[in-house]
Design a protein around this ligand. Structure first.
Ligand code: HEM
Length: 186
């Protein structure tokens, strides 16, 4: 994945747990890269290794790390680095979710070697939709849940996320029921 992903993990760890923990995580993961270059592509094994090592060093489940990383990605990384891209993707939560399937097409203009996720929506109602998530990569559904949680917070709109199909449990892709506003409180 592009260096900006590994850099974002570094930011999350140093802001929330401190520089010493980050150095310990890198050491445990066997990563001896001093600093990641945002727009350089790195092997996915580096990112997975950092998440695994963070789980061991911080004593948190990998799912907790991935969820926290998803929220941080939206509320910190994307907001600070790509605010215009983010705000042009929708004026409110439902508009943003409707647009999500096209979002990484624009991201790929900045990162040409992107291996992006694919999102599709279906069963759109006034306060709910089904989001389908397809990926070349395994084990990221908790990251996606964290991303949705971050998006709900970004728009200050209650959002309930229920995973209805799981690729890691044998389904052909991950599927989430997203309910917002009054439907999220029900
Ligand atoms: C301005 C905001 C964003 C930028 C710049 C961005 C950029 C990226 C980059 C660089 C990657 C790594 C892929 C690679 O290097 O091949 C990635 C992966 C990913 N992004 Fe985004 N992204 C943004 C927002 C979002 C949002 C809002 C979502 C969903 C709610 C999302 C979902 C994902 C997922 C799930 C992956 C993991 C890759 C996979 O599933 O294979 N991203 N994105």
């Amino acid at each position: 994945m592009y260096g900006m992903v590994n850099k974002a993990i570094e930011d999350l760890v140093t802001i929330k747990f401190g520089e010493d923990k980050w150095q310990a995580i890198k050491k445990r993961a066997g990563v001896n890269i001093e600093s990641f270059v945002t727009n350089e592509a790195y092997d996915d094994s580096i990112t997975y290794g950092l998440v695994g090592a963070a789980s061991e060093v911080l004593g948190l489940a990998p799912t907790q790390i991935l969820f926290a990383f998803g929220e941080f990605w939206v509320l910190h990384t994307a907001k600070l680095g790509y605010g215009d891209l983010l705000s042009s993707a929708g004026r409110d939560l439902p508009e943003f979710l409707d647009y999500l399937p096209s979002f990484h097409v624009r991201v790929a203009l900045i990162f040409p070697h992107l291996k992006p996720p694919r999102f599709e929506t279906s069963d759109r109602g006034t306060n709910h939709l089904t989001m389908h998530y397809f990926s070349h990569r395994p084990g990221l559904s908790e990251f996606v849940k964290g991303l949705f949680s971050g998006i709900g917070k970004m728009f200050e709109t209650p959002l309930k996320v229920t995973q209805t199909k799981m690729k890691d449990a044998g389904a052909d892709h991950d599927e989430f029921l997203l309910e917002w506003g009054a439907a999220a409180a029900a």
